[in-house]
Write a new protein. Structure first.
Length: 144
């Protein structure tokens, strides 16, 4: 993806769900976004009428959305994305009053990029249909 711009075309309804159950509190973030080509850099937009599921302390939602975009930046950098001209349009955010945090939204941003790449490039060899396992040879001779 060295010389290409991400995304090459709009990728709609990307659902990034990050859930990590490792005790209490855990991590939870669920965001549905569109990735749209943009002029330059990364722009965050919240769609008119965007849905928020759950309750959140005042002022936290913006910082969690910014953490989501930071996760997008991290994943694109890790993939060596050449040019980034991206508008991230948030349509739905689901939070958990105990388990949601900036860390979980940053991880969800990374998941969103991975999902977008699968939609753009198709599943990689690891995600393609598994080949049929080889049949084992019987170690016990069978009389015929």
């Amino acid at each position: 993806m060295e010389n290409e711009v991400f995304p090459p075309y709009p990728v709609r309804d990307v659902r990034a769900r990050y859930v990590w159950q490792a005790g209490c509190p855990s991590d939870f973030a669920d965001v549905t976004v569109d990735f749209e080509p943009w002029e330059d850099g990364i722009v965050l937009e919240v769609a008119h009428g965007a849905e928020l599921v759950g309750t959140i302390p005042e002022g936290e939602l913006r910082s969690w959305h910014e953490a989501f975009v930071e996760g997008i930046r991290e994943e694109l950098a890790a993939r060596g994305a050449g040019g980034v001209a991206l508008a991230v349009v948030i349509h739905r955010t689901v939070i958990h009053d105990v388990d949601s945090s900036a860390r979980s939204f940053r991880a969800a941003g990374r998941v969103a990029v991975r999902e977008a790449f699968v939609r753009i490039d198709g599943p990689g060899p690891a995600l393609a249909a598994p080949s049929r396992p080889h049949r084992r040879q019987s170690s016990i001779p069978v009389k015929t």
